[in-house]
Design a protein around this ligand. Structure first.
Ligand SMILES: Nc1nc2c(ncn2[C@@H]2O[C@H](COP(=O)(O)OP(=O)(O)O)[C@@H](O)[C@H]2O)c(=O)[nH]1
Ligand SMILES: [Mg+2]
Length: 420
C-alpha cells in the first residue's frame, strides 16, 4: 500500500509537470518559433497524459482492468472471448465483418429476468440506446446494434454489455472484443482467404485500432494453418511497437495427428518469426460445446471449465492463458509500478531535452531528492509559521491580560483612595 501511495505521488508530479509543459507549448511565442515541433510535442504529451490518467484510475481502483482482443478478421477472436466469458453471447461467423464495433463486456450482478444491459454508445451527442435482455437473447440484440452501426456512419463509439457473465478468469476484468483489423485494406490475401463480402475494412480497422490505447492487456489472435502475412504486418505495424501482447493461436482443429501444442507453437514461431514465448494454443469450438451444453446452463461454469481445461489436452491452453493474463494484470506489484512510472519520467525527460534543442524550455521534472528537499523546506516553514503564529496569538492574549489587569489594579487603587 505504501508503494502505491508513493507511486500515486510520483504520478501526480508527472501530471502537473506535463500540464505545465502543455501550457508552455501553447504560448504563441513558442508556436511561432517552431510550430512543427510544438504540434508534435503537444500530441506526444497528450498521449502520455492519457496513459497516466489510465494508470492512475487503475491504481486508485476507480475502474476495472481492461483486456482487449485484437487481430485480423476471422481469427476466432469473438469465439474465444465467449469462452473466457463463460457465455456464448458474442456473434461469431465465418465471414469477414461479423464484429462491427468495439464491444466491452463486464460483470454486473442482477436478479432480474433480463439481467443483461446492452448499450450502444455514440461518439457525439446522440443519446445512448439501451436494452435489457435475458442471456439467450444477448447475441441477437448485439447483432441488431451491429446492423445499426452502419458503416457509413462511423460515429458509433462502442457497445457495452453488462451482466452476470461467468468468466473463469475473474469478475473484475472488462473484456473488449474488436472488429477484425487489416494493416492495408487492399490486401489480396483476404480475398483469397475468404468469400469476402463487400465491406469497407478501413472503417473496421479504424474502429479496432481506436480501442488499442484504452486497454491494459492485449491478446493478439492468429489462426493455426492460416495465411500469415497480414497478421505479421498488423502485428509489426500496430501492436508490437507499443504493446507486449499475449498471443493466441486458435482453430487447433487443424492439428495433425498427435501434434502437441508445443509443436504448434514452435511451428508458428518459425512461420511468424515474431511470436514470442507467451503464446498459447486454444480450441474455442470445443470449449464452447461445454459452455453451451444444456446441462451446464445453471452450473458453476468456472468450476467445470477449470476441471475440463486441466484434463483435456486440446483445452489446456485456456489454463495457461489465464495464468498469463493474471500475471500481466499484477499491476499492484511495486516493481511493475516503479518500472512504469520510471518509463513515463524517462519519456518526459527525453521530450524536454528534445524541446531544449528546439529552443523551447519545458518545465523540468523535479527529481525525487528535489521533491524531498522541497517537502522538508515546506515542513520547516510550516513548523516556524506555527510557532510565530502561536507567539503572535500568545502576545495578543498577554497584552490584553496586562491591559485588563492594570486597568483593574488602577480602578482598585482609585477606589481604595476614595473610600479610604
Ligand atoms: N474449429 C474451430 N473453429 C473456430 C475456432 N475459433 C473460431 N472458429 C470459427 O472461426 C470462424 C470465425 O470466428 P470468429 O470468432 O467470428 O472470428 P473473429 O472474426 O476473429 O471474431 C467461426 O466460424 C468460428 O466458429 C476454434 O478454435 N476452432
Ligand atoms: Mg469477431
Amino acid at each position: 500500500m505504501h508503494a502505491i501511495e508513493r507511486a500515486l505521488k510520483r504520478l501526480d508530479i508527472l501530471f502537473h509537470t506535463a500540464n505545465a509543459a502543455l501550457a508552455q507549448l501553447e504560448l504563441p511565442v513558442h508556436n511561432e518559433k517552431n510550430p512543427e515541433y510544438c504540434k508534435y510535442a503537444q500530441l506526444y504529451l497528450i498521449g502520455m497524459w492519457n496513459d497516466w490518467v489510465k494508470y492512475h484510475s487503475l491504481l486508485t481502483g476507480k475502474r476495472n482492468l481492461i483486456v482487449g482482443v485484437f487481430g485480423c478478421p476471422s481469427r476466432g477472436k469473438s469465439s474465444f472471448l465467449n469462452v473466457l466469458l463463460g457465455l456464448d453471447i458474442l456473434p461469431t461467423d465465418n465471414f469477414i465483418g461479423t464484429t462491427k464495433a468495439g464491444t466491452a463486456i463486464s460483470y454486473q450482478d442482477s436478479k432480474s429476468d433480463e439481467p443483461f444491459a446492452i448499450t450502444m454508445i455514440y461518439e457525439k451527442n446522440a443519446e445512448p440506446e439501451k436494452k435489457n435482455r435475458p442471456v439467450d437473447s444477448v447475441k441477437k440484440q448485439v447483432e441488431v446494434f451491429y446492423k445499426k452501426s452502419n458503416l457509413t456512419d462511423s460515429c458509433i463509439d462502442k457497445i457495452e454489455i453488462k451482466g452476470p457473465i461467468r468468466s473463469f478468469i475473474g469478475n473484475n476484468i472488462t473484456f473488449v472484443d474488436t472488429p477484425g483489423a487489416v494493416p492495408n485494406s487492399n490486401n489480396d490475401e483476404l480475398d483469397e482467404e475468404k468469400n469476402t463480402i463487400l465491406c469497407d475494412m478501413d472503417i473496421y480497422t479504424e474502429r479496432a485500432l481506436s480501442i488499442l490505447p484504452s486497454v491494459d492487456v492485449i491478446i493478439f489472435c492468429t489462426k493455426h494453418g492460416g495465411t500469415v502475412s497480414t497478421d505479421i504486418e498488423l502485428y509489426n505495424k500496430k501492436i508490437i511497437i507499443k504493446y507486449d501482447p499475449i498471443n493466441v493461436i486458435t482453430h487447433s482443429h487443424n492439428r495433425e495427428d498427435g501434434q502437441t501444442n508445443e509443436a504448434i507453437i514452435k511451428k508458428a514461431q518459425d512461420k511468424y518469426d515474431f511470436m514470442p514465448d507467451n503464446t498459447v494454443v486454444l480450441d474455442s469450438k470445443k470449449a464452447l460445446l461445454i459452455i453451451n451444453d444444456k446441462k451446464n446452463k445453471k452450473r458453476d461454469i468456472a468450476k467445470i471449465l477449470n476441471k475440463k481445461f486441466k484434463k483435456d489436452h486440446d483445452l489446456e491452453g485456456f489454463i495457461k492463458l489465464r495464468e498469463m493474463v493474471l500475471k500481466k494484470i499484477n499491476y499492484k506489484d511495486p516493481v511493475v509500478i516503479t518500472e512504469r512510472i520510471t518509463g513515463f519520467e524517462e519519456s518526459y525527460r527525453s521530450l524536454a531535452e528534445n524541446a531544449a534543442e528546439n529552443e523551447i524550455k519545458l518545465p523540468k521534472l523535479p527529481t525525487l531528492s528535489e521533491i524531498k528537499a522541497e517537502k522538508k523546506e515546506i515542513a520547516i516553514n510550516n513548523f516556524r509559521d506555527f510557532f510565530v503564529g502561536l507567539f503572535k496569538i500568545s502576545w495578543k492574549i498577554i497584552k490584553w491580560i496586562l491591559i485588563v489587569g492594570i486597568s483593574i489594579a488602577i480602578i482598585l487603587v482609585v477606589l481604595a483612595l476614595i473610600f479610604g
